[in-house]
Design a binder for this molecule. Structure first.
Ligand code: ADP
Ligand code: MG
Length: 319
């Protein structure tokens, strides 16, 4: 039983790479590291009902399980190469496996990433993917390098996945804009090319998985600095602004998870060049604030007044 499921996964994810000396089918995979590179490794687990809504299509789950991991490699400036997949399933459901493997393979193929092994067990639907990528020694993008005076930028738009989740929770999408937001939730596009372009110029980088404030907070904690964000500068899609109030869209952009954009800091003199480079890659990058002394992430409105989270969304500190 277990064997046919593994065969189905192997068939659908087949990807030949010279550096995979032995892939799925033995007790361990044998992989050849390219000379002079460091190995970047990451693992993330997705649990049904926690990391994706119950009822999510199998192909979307397969895509997302890989995407969230590629996003971690992107945030390090690493080139993806190999993955392992540990799958726990309530039953030997061939349709689910076929859909899952198809979604996984769609994303894997665009990076020539090889699935080289894994484990398959019975249990609540849980997916762990481990990814491996390469980065030249000393060139990885880490969280700890932000400097006072740096500009803070993000790729793409923020809050779309949180908007998509709200739409799913309210019963599904009715129009094309809502479908776009749900797509951002189910099929996040890891910013791998952007991560590679940021090597050598970003001082610090993280992917936005838990929400901008939380993740920028990790950069600040690691770098021992603070940050000031201007709410008016947050990049938000027209779909998000059309379907939600400005207050909701702001809250989603600041605290919504699952966008998988990159948040990074660069010296202010490098902002224009970085923006031109990332515009060429299609995602673009928006300057949203700056690194300051301190240890907090502060949000300001257009007039420079401080905003705080409240029951009605983001309010003035004093209100
Ligand atoms: P073992 O008992 O030696 O761990 P398994 O039956 O668990 O063997 O796995 C057999 C082969 O199939 C191994 O090469 C393993 O890496 C691979 N494999 C098992 N499950 C998966 C999966 N979900 N995705 C990819 N490869 C898998
Ligand atoms: Mg095993």
């Amino acid at each position: 039983m277990e064997f046919t499921l593994i065969d189905r996964i192997r068939e659908r994810t087949a990807q030949s790479r010279d550096d995979v000396r032995l892939g799925i089918g033995d007790d361990a995979a044998l992989l050849a590291m390219p000379a002079g590179q460091e190995l970047a490794v990451a693992i993330d687990t997705l649990i049904e009902g926690v990391h994706f809504p119950v009822g999510t299509a199998a192909a979307d789950i397969g895509w997302k399980a890989l995407a969230v991991n590629l996003s971690d490699l992107a945030a390090m400036g690493a080139t993806p190469a190999w993955a392992l997949l540990a799958l726990s399933l309530p039953s030997a459901n061939a349709d689910f496996i076929d859909g899952f493997a198809t979604g996984f393979a769609q994303l894997a193929q665009s990076y020539r990433l090889a699935l080289v092994g894994g484990d398959t067990t019975r249990g609540a639907l849980t997916i762990s993917v481990a990814v491996h990528g390469f980065v030249p020694p000393g060139k990885a993008l880490v969280r700890a390098g932000a400097q006072v005076g740096d500009a803070v930028l993000v790729t793409g738009t923020l809050g779309d996945a949180a908007g998509g989740l709200r739409i799913v929770q309210q019963g599904g999408h009715q129009d094309a804009q809502a479908a776009d937001l749900v797509e951002r939730l189910n099929r996040p596009a890891p910013r791998v090319a952007a991560g590679l372009a940021l090597r050598g110029c970003a001082h610090a980088c993280i992917d936005v998985s838990d929400g901008l404030l939380a993740d920028l907070g990790h950069i600040c904690a690691s770098s021992k600095v603070g940050a000031e964000i201007e709410a008016a500068l947050l990049p938000r899609s027209s779909a998000l602004l059309d379907l939600f109030s400005d207050a909701d869209a702001t809250a989603f952009a600041l605290t919504g998870g699952d966008d998988y954009e990159l948040c990074f800091t660069v010296a202010s003199r490098d902002v224009a060049q970085v923006q031109a480079d990332l515009a060429r890659l299609g995602c673009g990058a928006t300057r949203i604030g700056r690194i300051v002394e301190g240890q907090e992430v502060i949000v300001r409105d257009r007039d420079g007044n401080r905003l705080e989270p409240g029951r009605q969304g983001w309010n003035h500190f004093s209100a």
